[in-house]
Design a protein around this ligand. Structure first.
Ligand SMILES: C[S@@+](CC[C@H](N)C(=O)[O-])C[C@H]1O[C@@H](n2cnc3c(N)ncnc32)[C@H](O)[C@@H]1O
Length: 235
């Protein structure tokens, strides 16, 4: 078992490298497009494990939701997210709030959000079921959660190879080689202690947390994740 502070050191080291590298990974952008396309127009959306803000920012650009609240635990991720928002100016910053809190213990009352996005986070938290239960708790009945997650059959080496190929074909590999190595090294180290659930189990515990599966699972991110849309059942 890795302690929270050890995990935090890794995420801090990962923040910049991850952000720069995925920026040139086509399959990541395609994934974000799908996640956003599956989200209905609505008022308040919570981005759980928002990282450096890529999903929130894509949502912001799409103008699909009125307000976004991103929850993230790691300070370095949040700092980078804030820098990206600052570049986009006051209207972006005014629409997005970032709260430093644990996805396993969300610091919000029940039923206050109209939608949730959870992109590539379940493998990273210590209790994936609790993360989904917390998402369900803060959503109102009828709200949609779009979830992208790796799973037991995710092949980390194939994913890394796909990222490397994408960097090479876009001409960014040499410039980002060191960053890519940080991403690769962290993912290999994490593979040993992160739990990746079976897709069947993920679908089951999403349903047990009060959702009805609405779409998916469909593969994305070079076959490394599945994307699911789920609607919170009405009582
Ligand atoms: C692979 S990143 C994905 C970030 C973002 N969703 C994206 O698609 O770019 C996983 C994120 O989950 C965050 N995270 C891990 N455990 C967390 C927890 N218990 N509470 C909140 N965030 C957490 C990490 O700090 C990291 O930013």
């Amino acid at each position: 078992m890795v302690s929270k502070s050890e995990e935090d050191v890794k995420w801090t080291r990962y923040a910049r490298a991850y952000d720069e590298v995925v920026g040139f990974f086509d399959a990541y952008h395609t994934l974000l497009d799908r996640v956003v396309a599956w989200l209905p127009r609505c008022g308040r959306c919570i981005d759980i494990g928002g990282g450096t803000g890529n999903v929130s920012i894509r949502l912001l650009e799409d103008d699909r939701v009125e307000r976004i609240l991103a929850v993230e635990r790691n300070t370095a991720m949040i700092v980078r997210f804030c820098e990206k928002l600052a570049v986009r100016g006051a209207s972006a910053s005014g629409k997005v709030d970032i709260v430093q809190c644990d996805a396993l213990d969300l610091c919000f009352p029940d039923g206050i959000f109209d939608s949730a996005i959870v992109v590539n986070v379940l493998h990273a938290v210590q209790d994936s079921r609790r993360c989904v239960r917390e998402a369900s708790r803060v959503l109102r009945p009828g709200a949609t959660m779009v979830l992208s997650t790796s799973h037991q059959d995710t092949d980390v080496e194939s994913l890394l190879e796909a990222i490397r190929s994408s960097l090479i074909s876009s001409g960014h590999y040499h410039q980002l080689e060191d960053m890519f190595e940080v991403v690769a090294e962290n993912n290999r180290a994490w593979a040993a202690h992160f739990t990746r659930d079976r897709v069947d189990d993920i679908l089951r515990f999403v349903e047990e947390s009060g959702f009805r599966i609405d779409a998916g699972p469909v593969p994305a991110y070079s076959g490394s994740v599945v994307v699911i849309s789920a609607v919170k059942r009405r009582p």
